[in-house]
Design a protein around this ligand. Structure first.
Ligand SMILES: Cc1ncc(COP(=O)(O)O)c(C=O)c1O
Length: 357
């Protein structure tokens, strides 16, 4: 009998969240960002669940694009990091993958190679991670035209869109708009999830929602549910033992939590070996039998301890939710000094994904 620890993935919630992105993008379209194994939910299942609604997917790299084809889907796939070797361009052309080229080395591979996938160009408008300076665009477009390359559009990525008070997103938006004005046939794509929730933010032709599809917040001061998003993953486990700790007793490595009175305590079969964050400390919310309780002491590799004072009749085998419906993933992430992105993509391979909806 396997452990009861699992990640339950609600695909109807995923579709609900995608529809919110579609509504917010207005006249444009939303490419579903399914990189990093569909943000930990399973790329094949996530891509299939969105197949009737999302006109295309976005991934980081070729391996992820190929896994969409292996899932039997023929949609266009945008490769956000472009290609990592010249020979990948032929695969892109054959498979209908559209790499986003961001560096001259990739342009050189393309212009010297016989393959001609449709491409996007990444412009660096201030993130300073990837992309060409906007001023290089006219020369680049001339070089690509000469080589017979079709450029679908221009892309940039926001550095601070999660902070509604920050003005830098407007600066970046103006920079790509100005660069694109000279090439009106090119599509524009700027918006990560956060950009969907900024009032007045143009999303142009294609937005690129990621974390919002999975119900995590992209914003600094609001949770996913506060933005109308539904949690997609519930990380579930069970109590495997319960005991009463007398005043003065401790639990777990480092003996960091000390009972100040007799405290009923339960051990849950989940730990950092499953992707539960080790830095979630005492007080982090956990749900036992649907009631919120608190984590006690340090998280171990395969176990963690919870305070059962609010559910004194809890027994081994009773259900535990680490995040999901009763405990928001954004709350757990906040308690661990992390973000929902990291928690979701960090759920390890030993946790079975169980799909509903
Ligand atoms: C280029 C690009 N676009 C879109 C996204 C999606 O971002 P988010 O998950 O914040 O919506 C990412 C994610 O890192 C990205 O790198």
């Amino acid at each position: 009998m396997p452990r009861h620890t699992r990640a339950r993935v609600d695909l109807s919630a995923l579709r609900h969240n995608y529809r919110i992105a579609r509504q917010l993008v207005g006249k444009g379209e939303a490419m579903a960002v399914v990189k990093a194994d569909g943000y930990g939910h399973g790329i094949a299942a996530v891509a299939r669940a969105l197949a009737d609604e999302a006109p295309c997917y976005a991934v980081a790299c070729l391996e992820e694009a190929l896994s969409i084809r292996q899932a039997g889907l023929r949609h266009p796939v945008i490769m956000l990091e472009g290609v990592h070797a010249g020979e990948d361009l032929a695969v892109c052309q054959a498979q209908g993958f559209e790499p986003v080229l961001h560096d001259q080395v990739q342009i050189d591979w393309l212009t010297k190679d016989g393959s001609r996938p449709v491409i996007w160009l990444k412009l660096n408008t201030g993130m300073n991670r990837l992309g060409f300076p906007p001023a290089r665009l006219p020369a680049l477009m001339a070089e690509l035209k000469k080589a017979g390359v079709i450029v679908r559009g221009l892309m940039t990525h926001f550095a601070c869109a999660d902070d509604r008070e920050d003005g830098f997103t407007e600066v970046q938006t103006r920079a790509i708009q100005a660069a694109g004005a000279e090439f009106p046939h090119l599509l524009l794509s700027v918006g990560n999830s956060a950009a969907h929730f900024r009032s007045g933010q143009p999303l142009f032709d294609w937005s690129r929602p990621g974390i919002m599809l999975y119900g995590g917040t992209p914003m600094l001061h609001a949770t996913g549910p506060e933005l109308g998003l539904k949690p997609v993953m519930s990380l579930e486990s069970e109590l495997i033992t319960v005991r009463v700790l007398e005043a003065g007793m401790t639990v777990g490595y480092g003996a960091t939590w000390v009972a100040d009175k007799a405290t009923p305590m339960g051990i849950v079969a989940v730990g950092y070996g499953d992707g539960y964050p080790r830095h979630a400390g005492t007080g982090t919310p956990v749900a036992v039998n649907g009631r919120r309780v608190r984590l006690l002491g340090r998280v171990s590799m395969d176990m963690l301890a919870v305070d059962l004072s609010a559910v004194p009749h809890a027994r081994p085998g009773d259900p535990v939710e680490l995040w999901g419906q009763t405990v928001g993933i954004d709350e757990v992430a906040g308690a661990a000094g992390s973000i929902a992105y990291e928690l979701l993509t960090g759920v390890t391979a030993r946790v079975p994904r169980v799909y509903t909806g």
